[in-house]
Ligand binder design. Structure first.
Ligand SMILES: *Cc1c(COP(=O)(O)O)cnc(C)c1O
Length: 247
């Protein structure tokens, strides 16, 4: 994909540009179909498994928001990109373990996957001395299956109930609650999943009116998510190609 000196080969850049044009057109079409202003949807390029050179190519094509799902991979890639003089807005979108918080807060601008009071506490403590607040979204479980991550809407559970997790983030010193994130559950039609998410979002906004971001929709279902109010879509394979391994 890249020459030995790390520069992007022209054919790879053209490939990424073509994927980007298609995804941008899909976002524009979905906004038009939903009667929404195109400017209300941000595309996050999920660059997991792809090299720093692809991040640089995306940045050169005008993409400012990049997503990663594993700290070990993301930390090194963010450092490589920074060394090239490029500073995108990094979104951590994967499941986060408490012992990774100290590392993640060093490069992430936004964490999408806060789903317990304990994790919110660890992330808040880690972010305390970075000098600027860390944007945080609470990940919600649409199907209520706690084993796959996500806070539980309508649950009074003191650690993973959505209300208590959101209150913990909102009441923290170093985190800024900006919205909700969700992944459509396996086996659910995107239409049903994102309609359900929209209900959760409506109830959440009544409590947290300034937390307006909705991170939902990936390569396969971003159009449906935009129809149900997504403000951030997280797109990997439609931009960069199929990943060699499932992660
Ligand atoms: C990988 C990933 C994406 C992007 O998935 P694609 O189907 O490749 O677009 C989005 N969100 C999360 C949380 C991911 O891990």
């Amino acid at each position: 994909m890249t020459d030995r000196d790390g520069t992007v080969r022209p054919d790879r850049r053209a490939e990424i540009a073509a994927g980007l044009a298609q995804v941008r057109a899909r976002i524009a079409d979905a906004c038009a179909a939903a009667g929404r202003d195109r400017a209300t949807v941000t595309m996050i390029a999920v660059t997991k498994t792809y090299p720093a050179a692809d991040v640089l190519a995306l940045a050169s094509l005008g993409v400012h928001d990049m997503g990663e799902n594993r700290d070990q991979e993301a930390a090194g890639k963010a450092a490589e990109v920074a060394a090239a003089g490029v500073r995108p807005r990094w979104h951590f979108v994967g499941r986060l373990q408490r012992n990774k918080c100290r590392s993640v807060v060093r490069y992430a601008d936004v964490v999408h996957s806060v789903d317990s009071v304990r994790l919110a506490g660890a992330l808040d403590a880690a972010a305390a001395d970075r000098g600027r607040p860390l944007d945080a979204l609470v990940q919600v479980s649409i199907d209520g299956d706690p084993s796959r991550g996500g806070a539980l809407p309508g649950s009074a559970d003191p650690d993973v109930g959505l209300g208590t997790v959101a209150a913990a983030v909102a009441g923290s010193g170093a985190l800024r609650l900006t919205g909700l994130m969700a992944v459509a559950p396996l086996g659910w039609e995107p239409e049903r999943a994102f309609a359900r998410l929209a209900e959760v979002v409506a109830a959440f906004r009544a409590e947290h009116p300034s937390a307006t971001e909705v991170s939902a929709g990936m390569s396969g279902d971003l159009d449906v998510a935009i129809g149900h109010g997504a403000t951030q879509v997280r797109v990997g394979s439609a931009l960069l190609g199929m990943r060699p391994t499932l992660r």
